[in-house]
Design a protein around this ligand. Sequence first.
Ligand code: NAD
Ligand code: TDX
Length: 397
Amino acid sequence: MMKRYLVTGGAGFIGSNFVKYMLKKYIDIEIIILDALTYAGNLGTIKEELKDKRVEFYKGDIRNKDLVENIFMKHDIDYVVNFAAESHVDRSIAEPQIFLETNILGTQNLLEIAKKFWSIGKNEKGYPIYKTGKKFHHVSTDEVYGSLSKNYSHAVELKLSKEVKKVVEGRENLKTYGTNMFTEKTPLDPRSPYSASKTSSDMIVVAYGETYHLPFNITRCSNNYGPYHFPEKLIPLIIKNILCGKKLPVYGKGDNVRDWLYVEDHCKGIDMVITFGMQNEIYNIGGFNEEENINIVKLTIDKILEIMKKESKYQEILKTDIKNINYDLISYVTDRLGHDERYAIDPTKITTELGWYPETSFEVGIEKTIRWYLDNQDWVEEVASGDYQKYYDEMYR
Ligand code: NAD
Ligand code: TDX
């Protein structure tokens, strides 16, 4: 049966990848994109999708009650998939308020309108009853769990449980930097204005589920990487700077650990949770790829050099001599305030309940990502104009 998705933030990094993934996977589908086109949203990212008859685009704010109501009036929405957010931790440290406004109040506005349009009456206890097949999917982050400590200075073997091992193919020899991982039961303990706002938005989603029985799922993922990643975040920023021979700013000692998830694997996980996830459950989605930032930076340098040497046509893209691409570009800079030490996701629940696992190893994912950036320099130029330059100059002065 045809399903109609309202994808908020569909012109941003993960939202656009999700739209592309879904249009390829399903024929019988309609996608309504609502995006305010902030500095992080770009129509160029979804220009092919906008030509597709199955897609309709609205430029606007998730906080705008009239606009969201109009969308629900015009389209019989089955699923809201809420990606729209202020998503950059560094920006949240500099200017927190917009994070609270968009991430908390915006989410609540969407919930309220979904409740209004999806409910068809009340049960004997006064809870709303909803049309069948409706669901609110909220995209959240592992940062809501706070920061894990590192127990090892070097990665050690990650031992998978028997049930997870059964599902995971070709992802052996995994490693970890600590003895603990985030599960869905880990207490919420956000530490930045960004993660505090995401935690609040998760809690308001759960509150609508409890108080109004609104059907929902929440997914909490680790650090995504892949095509269309805005070049303020670590990996695309590093790729961009390497190609220009610019310094690579590494915060603190570079030993903070993130769990890198290839964006397409994440989109597949969201689709599986929307389709098969247990109602009103939360699922963690991780990459099985814990790594220290400094190693991510070094690996990216190594991979770019390898590609450039094998396929010399790519050297034309360089705005520096290839000889300048080496570890000397690495520049240790002042640490981020309240910098979370380590994130690591235990994806046992989604793996054992739904059969999802992160298929893409980092070696494969980073090569795909670098190649995408090499082939799409126009996109980088387009998004890195205007506000980007101003932000960059202030941040890394
Ligand atoms: P992004 O910053 O690349 O994109 C956000 C999109 O939302 C942009 O297109 C922007 O224009 C839009 N937007 C912002 N404010 C809006 C508003 N008020 N109304 C409507 N649209 C608005 O973010 P992303 O990296 O694609 O992240 C998507 C979601 O996933 C976010 O909710 C984020 O918290 C979460 N998440 C991201 C990561 C990651 O590694 N990128 C990891 C975990 C969770
Ligand atoms: O210039 C940099 N130098 C650096 O060392 C930047 C931009 C980052 N870093 C470090 C900080 C982090 O430890 O790299 C790590 C990754 O930083 P970001 O790319 O800014 O991501 P992070 O702060 O981990 O948050 C991301 O993952 C979780 C997303 O931006 C969030 O939206 C998501 O919730």
